[in-house]
Design a binder for this molecule. Structure first.
Ligand SMILES: [Ca+2]
Ligand SMILES: [Ca+2]
Length: 473
């Protein structure tokens, strides 16, 4: 046992802070933790006792928004251990394992990114005399740590319900073969067992400071629609205005408007009085957050425009603001958030994207916009047929955004066309949804004869990939 380094001798005293089935190690609470190192490899110099592992409590070397706590475990990752060489954290009171999966969360800070492994040491109640250092489970993390910053690493933990966990071994590095690599210090902290597989450091996209379905009975703003004008084209989205409509309005299903980089967009708030003030946010970097506005609205920031107060002068007044799509914006789908509030309310922070004074009838309306180029790319997956431009010539490789796309299909003699599968939008090779924003969709157009085919303009809303569907005659 000489390789065990007890930070505090009274290891069992932490049992008082732990109840059955709970693991919650903050390393900040002054409790005594038993810390040591462990390697599953029988010939490891750390197993044979040739080398002493190094582990200790230390100050958090890099407090940040993910882990701002003061103290953490520092573990010296030596290249002489195996890929499962790790930091052992003894649990003062054994915790039973369960056949139903639970999730162990570990804050991990290490120089290089990548996944980690968990080795569970304990013993089974139904095997008398089993050592509490018996490996009960080895599992790889569900997610990867980011390089050089705190990350919440999650392990699925399940096992025989007769087994009880005596200690946890966090092996910070399973990616790299240790030989030939320098040693480094990994920091481990804030270990929690719960039922939530989501990492703690992944922020909810487009956070709201209130429940999304919150209503304020009896309070309504006389707000009926938002209207967008881009280059002479106008479109409106209706806003539910009943007394009991939710404060948050999700209108993201279809983009509110389409515009090109540099184009000017004008938004009007349609309603009944002069009460409105409004701030418009745009997630231009598509990271799921509206960046803090700092000094105020600016076209290049994510708080793009605001109306401190709407025009006054009686009924049927319309609030209006305008902004330009920043030059250089990549084609894609972007989240917009419009916060509309009573301009007389003193309880609104105009530049806070997450909150609004609901008591005075405020609304937060989320939408998307489609930033595009004048022409989009067109590709065909065409088997057992020829696709040409109308009247002949190569199949079109480009189309004008928002206009019908026509082409000719001639099936080979043994085959009959049944339709088209049209995948259209942005980043067709990437995920369909990012942060709840739909980037592309697939529509099926049934056809019963080949010849000239028209894909309607509404589907030419980004790049287009057309698959010709057919059957044998
Ligand atoms: Ca801590
Ligand atoms: Ca952003």
């Amino acid at each position: 046992m000489k390789k065990l380094i007890y930070i505090a001798a009274a290891a069992m005293s932490m049992a008082a802070g732990l109840q059955a089935q709970q693991i919650d190690c903050s390393f900040d609470d002054g409790a005594a933790y038993s810390l040591s190192t462990f390697d599953t490899w029988a010939d490891s110099p750390f197993t044979t006792g040739v080398l002493d592992g190094q582990i200790m409590l230390a100050d958090n070397p890099s407090p940040d928004g993910t882990n701002g706590t003061a103290r953490a475990v520092a573990f010296h990752r030596s290249p002489y251990g195996s890929h499962l060489y790790g930091a052992r954290i003894g649990l003062g009171a054994p915790v039973p394992m369960s056949d139903t999966p639970r999730y162990l969360h570990v804050m991990l800070l290490k120089p290089a990114g990548g996944d980690a492994a968990l080795v569970v040491l304990g013993k089974r109640a139904d095997r008398s005399g089993q050592s509490p250092e018996t490996v009960q489970a080895v599992t790889r993390s569900l997610n990867e740590a980011q390089a050089g910053r705190w990350s919440d690493i999650v392990f699925e933990l399940r096992g025989n319900h007769n087994a009880e966990i005596h200690s946890l071994v966090i092996a910070p590095d399973t990616e790299r073969h240790p030989a030939g690599h320098d040693s480094y210090t990994a920091y481990i902290d804030e270990i929690v067992l719960n039922d939530d597989p989501r990492p703690r450091d992944v922020a909810e996209p487009y956070r709201l400071a209130f429940a999304p379905d919150m209503t304020v009975p009896g309070v309504a703003m006389p707000l009926t629609a938002l209207t967008f004008t881009v280059g002479g084209a106008t479109g409106s989205i209706a806003v539910p205005d009943s007394l009991n409509a939710p404060v948050y309005v999700d209108m993201t299903a279809a983009p509110a408007f389409a515009a090109m980089p540099g184009e000017k967009v004008t938004m009007t708030i349609d309603g009944g009085t002069e009460r409105f003030a409004c701030t418009l946010f745009a997630d231009w970097d598509n990271d799921g957050q509206f960046a803090e506005a700092g000094g105020g609205a600016s076209p290049s920031g994510e708080c793009v425009a605001s109306i401190p107060s709407a025009a006054s002068g009686g009924r049927d007044v319309t609030g209006r603001l305008s902004f330009a799509i920043p030059d250089g914006t990549e084609p894609g789908i972007y989240r917009l958030r419009c916060k509309v509030y009573d301009k007389l309310s003193s309880r609104v922070s105009p530049l806070d994207a997450t909150d609004v004074d609901a008591q005075s009838g405020g609304k937060i309306i989320d939408m998307t916009c489609n930033v595009h180029t004048a022409n989009v790319r067109v590709a065909f997956v065409a088997r057992m047929c020829d696709v040409t431009s109308p009247g002949g010539g190569p199949a079109p490789s480009q189309a004008e955004f928002g206009k019908d796309l026509k082409f000719d299909v001639r099936m080979d003699s043994d085959y009959r066309i049944t339709g088209l599968e049209v995948k259209h939008g942005h980043d067709l090779g990437g995920p369909e949804m990012v942060n709840g924003n739909r980037r592309w969709r697939t529509d099926v157009m049934p056809l019963d004869s080949d010849g000239t085919v028209t894909i309607p303009a509404r589907m030419i809303d980004g790049d287009v990939s057309v698959t010709i569907m057919f059957v044998n005659r």
